[in-house]
Design a protein around this ligand. Structure first.
Ligand SMILES: *Cc1c(COP(=O)(O)O)cnc(C)c1O
Length: 394
């Protein structure tokens, strides 16, 4: 990978992860095979002993997967990466690799729902205890740390309030107490935020979102800083089995080529939409890292190069207005997930968080008129026109 170390980020997106292949293709071929032929008994033995470099079986290693992993490791500024079947596979692989019975995790309260559930209902079965705190509040992590804390798990920015946690401070506090910092960097992608620069130990993503960027793949990735950590995670992933497949790796690698320009457009559009919403009479408040009103605006400036593509806002008309807005949008697609080229809109109170009930929603900060927007790369005028006509009805 040394050939492109000095390129600018956008150029790395286009070129990273490429190797030499038979026939000279300009993109990595799809090695859609479950297994690889040995040249001889001795060759097979050497591969299994780790004395020869090569491929044995796709759950262990595959050239198409490896190309995508190398590309992302390079974009994140990490040592190596591990492609997983989903973001949740990446997260569970990290927990299983680094934790054992009796350990404790400090986790952002605003974290992807299934991550919270994984810690609360599955890891807890194996004797791992977790404390959920507002990691964006100064001093909160330190207060929650115990002598057996092994991981400080941070998602930034995070839903539903686009909460920003100070990565440098989180790393300093965790390391002082002998814990590792794991960051879910899904919302920003390495184009806007590279957590290793702030001392964190492991970076992971749902590649389903911005990295792939086209809403046609479910996949995840773990990026690590050194070979020890890599071997530890690779062994877990081999045993646990939640690996990505060659075709999805190919699609993600293809998506990566436009990551830099996609993120630029997501950010430009989002800033204009956030400002538009801020001035709309039916909107109570807007939460976006590019607005000075964001409570951690300054922290954001320190650690991400642009504010990203995720906006939350509250409708003055509450639950009903949320439902009407969902039924009135035409260009914005009514769907969960995020990070694709198309603008997605959703209303947590009537959708993702409906089953929680109104009281539990209030406790979690999911207000009745809360709307979440994953801003796409359409022409911004069309997105604003759509919001304008839909808001006029709600
Ligand atoms: C979607 C998402 C995940 C889970 O990823 P999957 O690919 O759906 O398994 C984890 N973290 C964040 C921040 C996400 O948005």
């Amino acid at each position: 990978m040394s050939y492109n170390k000095n390129l600018q980020f956008g150029s790395k997106c286009v070129h990273s992860g490429m190797s030499e292949y038979e026939f000279g293709p300009v993109v990595p071929p799809i090695y859609q095979t479950s297994t690889f032929k040995f040249e001889s008994a001795e060759h097979g033995a050497a591969l299994f002993k780790g004395e020869a470099d090569g491929y044995i079986y796709t759950r262990m290693k595959n050239p198409t997967i490896e190309a995508m992993e190398n590309a992302i490791a390079e974009l994140e500024g990490g040592h190596k990466a591990l492609g997983c079947a989903s973001g949740m596979s990446a997260i569970s692989t990290v927990f299983i690799s680094l934790l054992q019975s009796g350990d404790h995790v400090v986790c952002s309260k605003s974290v992807y729902g299934p991550t919270l559930t994984l810690l609360q209902t599955i890891m807890s079965k194996f004797g791992v205890e977790s404390t959920f705190v507002d990691t964006d509040v100064e001093g909160a992590i330190e207060k929650a740390i115990k002598t057996n804390t092994k991981i400080v798990y941070v998602e930034t920015p995070a839903n539903p309030m686009i909460t920003i946690t100070d990565l440098e401070a989180a790393s300093r506090i965790a390391h002082k107490n002998g814990a590792l910092v794991v960051v879910d960097n899904t919302f920003m992608s390495p184009a806007l935020q590279q957590p290793f620069k702030f001392g964190v130990d492991v970076v992971l993503h749902s590649m389903t979102k911005f990295l792939n960027g086209h809403a046609d793949v479910v996949a995840g990735i773990i990026v690590v800083k050194d070979e020890d950590m890599y071997m530890k995670m690779r062994k877990t992933l081999n045993q646990h089995g939640g690996v990505i497949d060659p075709f999805n790796s190919f699609l993600v690698h293809r998506g990566l080529k436009t990551l830099s320009i996609r993120m630029q457009r997501h950010c430009e559009n989002s800033q204009l939409i956030a400002e538009y919403l801020l001035n709309h009479p039916k909107v109570k408040w807007v939460r976006y890292p590019g607005l000075k009103s964001h409570p951690n605006y300054e922290v954001g400036l320190k650690q991400h190069s642009a504010p990203g593509g995720m906006i939350s806002f509250e409708l003055k008309g509450g639950f009903k207005a949320g439902e009407v807005l969902m039924n009135s949008v035409k260009l914005c697609t009514l769907a969960v997930s995020l990070g694709g080229v198309e603008t997605l809109i959703q209303h947590p109170a009537s959708m993702t968080h409906l089953s929680m009930g109104a009281e539990a929603r209030m406790d979690a900060g999911i207000t009745e008129g809360l709307v979440r927007l994953s801003v796409g790369i359409e022409n911004v005028k069309d997105i604003i026109d759509d919001l304008e006509q839909a808001l006029s009805k709600s």
